[in-house]
Write a protein that binds this ligand. Structure first.
Ligand SMILES: [Zn+2]
Length: 67
């Protein structure tokens, strides 16, 4: 199984080199995913995590909070 592990490691390092596109959550800035793109690119999406949704709900409450 040593050979298989080495092959996977090679694939990973190779893939990460090609993944120049970074998908970032437009709400919390977390890196969601990386994509194989030509050149460095920044894409914005929604990470969809509970933490992010809670943080957004909290921010919305603060904005509309009573003064
Ligand atoms: Zn997020």
């Amino acid at each position: 199984m040593q050979v298989e592990q080495t092959a996977i490691e090679n694939m990973r390092s190779h893939a990460s080199e090609r993944h120049l596109g970074t998908v970032i959550c437009q709400h919390c800035g977390n890196v969601i995913d990386t994509l194989p793109t030509n050149g460095v690119k920044m894409l914005y999406g929604d990470c969809g995590t509970i933490e992010c949704a809670v943080a957004r709900a909290g921010a919305a409450q603060q904005q509309s909070g009573c003064r």
